[in-house]
Design a protein around this ligand. Structure first.
Ligand SMILES: *Cc1c(COP(=O)(O)O)cnc(C)c1O
Length: 400
């Protein structure tokens, strides 16, 4: 099918949930996406931080094939080794975390974390704590509980009645957070760097106050590392860059090289909130996806991709500051950490984004004014330099 045939047929076949970019992909390799017509695009979005090793990494492909010919799925009624191998490797990246639960997506990981926090409070601590506090501008998923947790009204329209027990507080306001905590508060759920919300890092002093308040008030701290995790920010987990000590972390997106997977990590004590039969999933952590995720982790470590993300991110930010200086009045701020970068424009960015796409660079536009870059961790300076040149051209092409 040609690109235009694909775009026409979709409306007859699929629910219209996605406002898709005008780009169809027939195959992909490394940093590149190819249209059915054979045009090449440089992918600086990685399927929204999912394909951390780029597309069709040969070792990931080999792991998929090998496991597909061994055992794909046996359900969580049976023991299988791949899940344990993965859990061991994953827990080693997050000192203090002692138990893993595997699921299939980010929303499901957050849903699991919310359930775990509530059940731990009630059944293990014997306290009637259920309320979950989240921040304005946050994004935590699309299930009923996680869209209620999300601090953006647009994801909630038409879906009520919403579950009870969620409070959203203003971003960066420690007093508001303190005021929102009471004897029914179970947890604060927070992205160390808001992704969907426009690449907004938690200010360091606010993060420290959040940690202190959670400790003092007996409230769990849940870090949503779904977008920030797996080395992207130059730390394996972004909370490590902020000096936080979460009680629970949630993971998805980049964990399994493009296969759907989510995970919840926590301490042995809190994991008592999930006794046998209390929570579960049919597909979660099946042999195929676990094997592939373990391979992804091995490669990130072997190839030093976390330190590389830090180094390239510093380089890119400096380069983008230079672009901002050359085009005064166009770029409000360059934010982020490592290879999670937001370029906030001074005006809505659709036209700039379109000019970048026309120059065959794929990035995301979030919150209307923020160009978001989430490139594969295998990106190199040449791709980023090419992007900066394209960005300068796009800014020039759209100047008033
Ligand atoms: C993408 C994302 C989610 C939701 O993940 P899904 O796999 O789409 O359910 C939750 N939290 C954050 C921070 C995300 O970026």
């Amino acid at each position: 099918m040609t690109s235009s045939q694909l775009m026409e047929r979709e409306a007859q076949l699929l629910c219209p949930t996605y406002a898709r970019y005008p780009l169809a992909v027939a195959w992909a390799e490394g940093m590149d996406l190819y249209t059915p017509e054979g045009e090449r695009y440089t992918d600086l979005l990685s399927g929204i931080a999912v394909c951390a090793l780029g597309h069709c990494h040969p070792e990931v492909t080999a792991a998929i094939c090998a496991q597909a010919g061994t055992v794909v799925h046996v359900s969580n009624l049976l023991y299988h080794e791949a899940q344990l191998v993965l859990a061991e490797k994953l827990l080693a990246t997050a000192p203090g975390m002692e138990r893993a639960f595997f699921c299939n997506s980010g929303a499901e990981a957050n849903e699991g974390a919310i359930k775990l926090a509530r059940r731990f409070m009630r059944e293990v601590r014997g306290q009637d704590r259920f309320r979950i506090i989240t921040l304005a501008g946050s994004f935590h998923g699309r299930t009923l509980a996680t869209l209620t947790a999300t601090g953006q009204d647009k994801v909630k329209i038409g879906f009520g009645p919403l579950p009870e027990g969620f409070t959203t507080v203003p971003f960066g306001d420690a007093d508001a957070l303190a005021a929102a905590m009471d004897e029914h508060t179970a947890a604060v759920l927070v992205e160390p760097i808001q992704g969907e919300g426009g690449v907004r890092p938690l200010p360091a002093d606010y993060a420290a106050a959040m940690q202190r308040l959670c400790r003092e008030r007996g409230v769990l701290l849940i870090c949503d590392e779904i977008q920030t995790g797996m080395g992207r920010t130059g730390h394996f987990w972004a909370y490590q860059g902020l000096g936080l000590t979460p009680d629970i972390i949630t993971i998805a997106k980049g964990i399994a090289g493009g296969l759907p997977m989510g995970a919840v990590l926590t301490t042995a004590q809190i994991a008592q909130g999930f006794p046998a039969g209390s929570h579960g999933t049919t597909f979660g952590g099946n042999a195929l996806v676990s094997r592939v995720a373990a391979t992804v982790l091995d490669i990130i470590e072997r190839d030093g991709l976390v330190a590389r993300a830090a180094r390239l991110g510093t380089w890119l930010k400096e380069r983008l500051q230079a672009v901002a200086q050359k085009h005064p009045g166009r770029i409000q701020e360059v934010r982020g950490a490592g290879l999670m970068v937001g370029i906030e424009l001074t005006t809505p960015g659709k036209a700039v984004w379109q000019e970048l796409l026309a120059r065959r660079y794929l990035v995301n536009l979030t919150q209307e004014t923020v160009l978001r870059l989430l490139p594969p961790l295998i990106v190199d300076e040449s791709h980023l330099e090419g992007f900066c040149t394209a960005l300068e051209e796009a800014l020039a092409a759209t100047s008033a």
